[in-house]
Design a protein around this ligand. Structure first.
Ligand code: ADP
Ligand code: MG
Length: 698
């Protein structure tokens, strides 16, 4: 594609700032700008003009409908489409879309998960436009990004808390910046670049796998002769069919103003990655939701299926999402960027200290923010990152931190130790050598990369947590420093004390190793290996207080969310278990039985001709088939029993029951079935093998 075409394409389906500037009256445009920059509410008049222009613009581009586009707790986005047609009088319809429809919609949303927040009488939540996120056209509909709340204003979605956390983070960060004499900054914004991993497989093969269709992952499947051992897929040449997909995907994303930038093959066969250029967290979140949706849609056009599940295949790497996170001022400074002057470095070290303190104090909360049933197969299992939270700083920065803690010199020739805010730090080079890929929270030069996110999850939760934690720590720092007589001395003391108190969270080693689990235990770090265990810590008073204090969640909202997560966890495992039972009873058992029968008939036929013929291979096979089949049916029956037994007296007990009873039986059932697959004739096995799946896209 030519350069012209890309420029023309980019953002062509977005009602963005330049479109607004062009199409709206100056008053209307400025009212919107003020609303975004300063949070002043939009008047209905402005909303009317905005709506009218949005509609005209959308209709010029072929749109016939509009929808409030929102992010309920299901984790995917939701839409309710209305046409622009409004009955003006009985004989005439007019293409209309009012300011009221722009700023407030009322979807019949009684079946979205609310964790008990909405009583039945007020089952209809309402949606309200988020003017900080641009409207766009998708499939002939004008989509208006909205928040989704109950009538009493409780958040029922993933966007509302993120916006609340952004505001609070900004407020506390600005307080800190003022202390450094910065009077220009009005706002601090978290910037996020989510790297998205995914698998692509052929649709025809996919359609033969009941487990993939119903649960997004393979519940059975023997290890293929070739997996990811050779690492020949990572950054390898992209196959033409995949390349065509990526090209079209890029174009679709560009139209929506999504800055899709890098794309490459990942470690596992059939695994790929897409990274956008970073954006403010709210936009990044909207864009990532859209990206996931469009990835799936475009795959369909290429007769492929895009799998976003965290662990579609056992034995090869799962998929995550790396959440690159930094803080920037509205004046364009990245607060996680080590600077070249004493003051810039002091500021950097203070923000770094806040992050380290926050990561240490809220390990459990961060762990909860990435807990979901799919991610349980990655975190705490055999792959990176581990379930233990730690921060990787790299050698250079660790040396700086050590010198601050111990009051020793950072540069050897220089005998004096570093006075924060007085001395300039030696330049801290961007760490390009050691990319420590096992760390859950890695400092990568001017940002932190939070690597524990699951590939299918919304990035809203983790960023809401990061923002709120940063707001809390920065607020505490501001409280201390605002009262200080000697700012530099207090700053030095604060950074030193904070780093000293929280150094246990810093770990530059290999997070894969068992020795780290031991070491982390010695350091008193949490190791919550599954969602059921993680969520037990979610509602601890410290977390409730954190969110309450910063106006991100009320205790009631947090409790509701916890309920939704626990319920979802049990439901997902339950569906997987029932899918396994169905596959075994209706396909695998009959297939194994047929194959055994055919083998037995073969032996009988042979012996009928020559009674003393050696059929020991067949006989051994028959014995093995029969033993494994018996084990398979025994585990299936156990699983059925487990599913019909009561799961526990409350949601926590239920989650534990699903994890430690149901899920364990599923594991044993899978072992038996996978072994059967390796000894059953290929043509008799009812499902495509791992080889068929992983190497399906030629
Ligand atoms: P790496 O190769 O180190 O992972 P990249 O430059 O490829 O780094 O960036 C990975 C992701 O991080 C991209 O989405 C990118 O836009 C994002 N990113 C880069 N700088 C920042 C930043 N300052 N804040 C947030 N995200 C960033
Ligand atoms: Mg990266």
């Amino acid at each position: 594609m030519g350069k012209e075409k890309v420029t023309e394409l980019f953002g062509s389906m977005v009602f963005n700032e330049s479109v607004m500037k062009q199409r709206l009256s100056t008053t209307c445009y400025q009212a919107w700008k003020k609303c975004v920059d300063e949070g002043t509410p939009l008047s209905l008049e402005t909303a009317h003009e905005m709506a009218a222009e949005m509609k005209n613009w959308a209709m010029d581009r072929g749109a016939t409908h509009f929808t409030h586009w929102f992010q309920p707790m299901t984790g995917v986005t939701a839409e309710k489409h209305d046409s622009f047609i409004t009955p003006e009088n009985p004989s005439q319809v007019l293409m209309g879309f009012s300011g009221k429809e722009l700023v407030r919609g009322e979807p019949d949303a009684s079946s979205f998960p609310s964790g008990g927040l909405r009583a039945t009488f007020e089952a209809r939540g309402y949606t309200a436009w988020d003017p900080t996120s641009f409207a766009f056209i998708k499939d002939g509909s004008l989509c208006i990004p909205t928040i989704f709340c109950s009538y009493s204003g409780q958040a029922l979605d993933k966007k509302t808390p993120l916006l609340r956390s952004q505001e609070e983070l900004s407020r506390q960060a600005v307080r800190v910046l003022r202390l450094f004499g910065d009077t220009d900054v009005k706002k601090v914004i978290s910037q996020v670049g989510p790297e998205q991993e995914y698998f692509l497989i052929d649709k025809d093969v996919y359609n033969q796998r009941e487990d993939l269709i119903l649960t997004g992952r393979t519940l059975f499947g023997a290890k293929p002769p070739k997996g990811q051992e050779l690492e020949d897929h990572y950054f390898g040449t992209i196959k033409p069919r995949v390349a065509a997909y990526m090209r079209e995907l890029d174009e679709e994303l560009w139209k929506l103003g999504i800055l899709a930038k890098t794309k490459h093959n990942e470690v596992a066969p059939a695994q790929h990655e897409l990274a956008p250029i970073y954006n403010d967290a709210n936009t990044a979140c909207d864009h990532n939701q859209l990206t996931m949706e469009i990835m799936k849609k475009v795959a369909g056009r290429h007769n492929m299926v895009c799998l976003l599940h965290e662990k579609p295949f056992a034995g090869v790497n799962g998929s995550g999402k790396h959440d690159n996170y930094s803080l920037s001022t509205d004046t364009g400074h990245n607060l996680f960027k080590p600077g070249s002057t004493p003051s810039q470095n002091a500021r950097f070290l203070l923000f770094l200290a806040a992050f380290i303190k926050g990561a240490d104090e809220y390990q459990d909360l961060l762990r909860c923010s990435v807990a979901n049933p799919g991610n349980d197969h990655r975190l705490g299992a055999q792959e990176a990152p581990p379930a233990i939270l730690s921060v990787f700083l790299g050698d250079e920065l660790t040396a700086v931190v050590d010198s601050i803690i111990h009051g020793t010199s950072y540069v050897e020739q220089d005998s004096k130790s570093l006075a924060i805010g007085v001395d300039a730090l030696p330049a801290i080079p961007q760490d390009t050598t050691d990319r420590n890929r096992t760390s859950p929270l890695a400092f990568t030069g001017n940002k932190f990369e939070f690597r524990m996110l699951g590939s299918s999850q919304s990035i809203s939760g983790p960023n809401t947590a990061l923002n709120t934690i940063m707001a809390e720590e920065l607020g505490q720092f501001a409280d201390i420093l605002e009262g200080a007589e000697d700012f530099n001395a207090a700053l030095h003391e604060l950074v030193k004390k904070t780093l000293t108190d929280h150094q246990r969270i810093i770990f530059n080693g290999n997070g894969y190793e068992d020795s780290w689990v031991e070491e982390a235990k010695r350091r008193g770090l949490s190791n919550l290996t599954c969602t059921a265990d993680a969520l037990e810590t979610y509602l601890q008073p410290k977390h409730i207080e954190l969110f309450r204090k910063h106006g991100v969640f009320t205790a009631e909202e947090l409790t509701a969310r916890n309920e939704i997560h626990l319920e979802n966890y049990c439901q997902v495992i339950g569906i997987e278990a029932r899918t396994m039972i169905d596959m075994v009873r209706r396909s695998i058992f009959p297939a194994v039985s047929r194959f055994s029968g055919a083998t037995a008939s073969g032996v009988a036929a042979k012996k009928a001709v020559l009674a003393d013929l050696d059929c020991s291979d067949e006989e051994n096979l028959l014995r093995k088939l029969s033993a494994l089949s018996a084990e398979m049916m025994r585990q299936t029956a156990l699983l059925e029993d487990a599913l019909s037994a009561p799961a526990g007296k409350d949601a926590y007990e239920a989650a534990h029951y699903y994890r430690y009873v149901v899920f364990e039986i599923m594991g044993r059932l899978r072992s038996a079935v996978d072994e059967l697959e390796t000894i059953t004739a290929r043509e008799d096995w009812p499902y495509p093998s791992y080889t068929d799946l992983l190497f399906s896209v030629k």
